[in-house]
Design a binder for this molecule. Structure first.
Ligand SMILES: [Zn+2]
Length: 272
């Protein structure tokens, strides 16, 4: 999101009051955008939101209890790319990132007690490392124990490369836990937001009893550029976007953000 400082001597507009829509480039009043759940009132572009904002949009009265807050990333491989992984995580923590790339919460959605895991894109692209895998697995186990439905809101670039095979293992671990949830007939709704890619798409994001995408969301395994370069073909218009995936049977519903909460509630009421 691009923030503006309004120029001019007599300007009394504080910094960050205006925001430019990433869809139509219109300048929007931030309060108005916030009131429309960060969906542009002009063009309908769904802006990416933080895990905390997402939970406040979905859970009743903005009330929830964070779970498994103490689980955080280790650096088992001592991984170094352009800078050490441990330093990257430390820098994010110093900037106030507290919950790795997923925030798990227990609360009520339209009166239904449930657990929601919302992914945090601003934490290393919402990538799934061992901490994310562990928190989601524990969320599933808590659902099994208490018979609460589960909602996971994905927003992720995929597996966390800095944790190598340990991040890839999370796909199997979470999928196995979801299979147990399925056997126990406890509903799981997956919400796919922009972007949901890589190992997250290849595991839990596509394993919901219902897979609901937000309009325009990029959902795929490898990105379109990588596929084009590999197969040396031009991809069709809108390839890997939510609407294309709905047409081709890859997701069950495309639901605008303003209708997301009531849709989840209606689906859960049918499923339970
Ligand atoms: Zn717009």
């Amino acid at each position: 999101m691009v923030w503006f400082r309004r120029a001019g001597r007599e300007s009394r507009v504080p910094e960050g009051l205006w925001v430019k829509c990433e869809g139509c480039r219109e300048i929007l009043y931030r309060k108005e955008l916030e009131a429309s759940l960060y969906v542009c009132p002009k063009c309908g572009h769904h802006h990416r939101v933080s895990a905390r904002v997402r939970l406040s949009q979905l859970l009743d009265g903005g009330n929830w209890k964070e779970l498994f807050a103490g689980v955080s990333s280790a650096d088992p491989l001592g991984f170094v790319d352009s800078k050490p992984y441990a330093e990257r995580v430390k820098a994010l923590r110093e900037r106030g990132a507290r919950h790795d790339a997923v925030l798990v919460a227990q609360g009520k959605l339209d009166g239904i007690r449930l657990i929601v895991a919302a992914m945090e894109y601003s934490f290393m692209g919402g990538s799934m490392g061992a901490a994310v895998g562990e928190k989601i697995t524990r969320a599933i186990e808590r659902c099994l124990k208490s018979s609460y439905p589960l909602v996971i809101v994905s927003c992720s670039g995929g597996a966390r490369m800095q944790e190598g095979i340990l991040s890839l293992m999370q796909m199997a671990k979470i999928s196995a836990a979801l299979a147990r949830l399925h056997q126990a007939k406890i509903p799981y709704i997956s919400v796919l937001t922009d972007p949901t890619t890589g190992g997250v798409t290849a595991s839990y994001a596509m394993l919901g009893d219902l897979n609901i995408a937000e309009p325009g969301a990029l959902v795929g395994f490898a990105g379109p550029r990588v596929i084009e370069q590999t197969i040396r073909q031009k991809l069709p218009e809108g390839f890997q976007r939510a609407e294309f995936l709905l047409e081709h049977g890859m997701v069950d519903l495309v639901v605008p953000r303003q209708e997301l909460k009531e849709t989840i509630a209606r689906c859960l009421n049918h499923l339970t």
